[in-house]
Design a protein around this ligand. Structure first.
Ligand SMILES: C[S@@+](CC[C@H](N)C(=O)[O-])C[C@H]1O[C@@H](n2cnc3c(N)ncnc32)[C@H](O)[C@@H]1O
Length: 235
């Protein structure tokens, strides 16, 4: 289990904040990538197994599917888990630093994504038939400025939301609105995977951190996956 370098990132909790109270445009994309996705962590390995098995078994029969990953940050693996089933993958981000990072990354991906792809594709024919996943993703991906609170309704056939609703606000009403916003953006009965950090991340503007990682799955029911994990945020 990978554990965040808590001493470097943990900060005292701040009073409740809303999504608009944080300047997401100073999100430190490369630091977030290096800390969380520079190498494949054990908790992501667990998550990948659940999500890739799920999409492989329930991936939409309707081709071409329109896929959404909301709040992508610097994480390409949710999009990679949807790749065999998607003709377009929309990566929606509020932070312009992350949008710029994603556009650069799609053109010139860092090596660690191959560790993720090996884990995603191993033993799953829908994935192994894609030889150049990062090139395919680059050709199908569309990085967009977007807000989880104002996504279009019923616009996507499958979707992912990883570590977003619980980390972008400490307000319960906003958390619920974010989850609802994601779900409403999908057509009825669309397959989706949503991953949440538990315990809740400790976040404040400038630098954000989640408490110590706990990486085991708690539940997996229907289309909703709830997982225990942590991410270190730097904004
Ligand atoms: C904890 S990060 C998760 C990033 C990525 N999904 C992952 O798996 O690591 C939360 C992300 O949500 C983005 N975000 C913040 N507010 C948002 C909003 N209102 N709509 C969409 N994304 C938002 C942030 O810029 C950040 O990239």
């Amino acid at each position: 289990m990978a554990v965040a370098k808590a001493s470097a990132f943990l900060l005292p909790p701040k009073p409740a904040f809303g999504n608009a109270d944080v300047d997401w445009d100073i999100f430190d994309s490369q630091a977030y990538f290096t800390h969380n996705y520079g190498t494949l962590r054990d908790d992501d390995t667990v998550i990948i197994k659940i999500v890739a098995d799920y999409f492989a078994s329930t991936g939409p029969g309707r081709w071409p599917a329109r896929a959404l990953d909301v709040g992508s940050g610097t994480n390409l693996y949710p999009a990679l888990t949807m790749l065999p089933f998607a003709s377009r993958v929309t990566l929606t981000e509020r932070a312009h630093t992350n949008r710029e990072w994603l556009n650069r990354e799609l053109l010139s991906p860092q090596g660690s994504w191959w560790q993720f792809w090996e884990e995603i594709s191993r033993g799953r024919p829908a994935y192994t038939q894609i030889n150049k996943p990062l090139e395919v993703l680059a050709s199908r991906a569309d990085v967009r400025k977007g807000n989880i609170f104002s996504l279009p309704s019923a616009a996507y056939d499958l979707g992912t939301m990883f570590f977003v609703a619980e980390s972008i606000t400490t307000r319960k009403d906003e958390f619920r609105r974010a989850v609802r916003g994601f779900l409403r953006s999908l057509v009825p009965r669309a397959p989706f995977a949503a991953a949440f950090m538990r315990p809740h991340p400790v976040i404040r503007s400038g630098r954000c951190a989640s408490p110590r990682a706990r990486s085991t799955r708690t539940t997996s029911s229907g289309h909703l996956l709830t997982l225990r994990t942590s991410r270190t945020l730097s904004v």
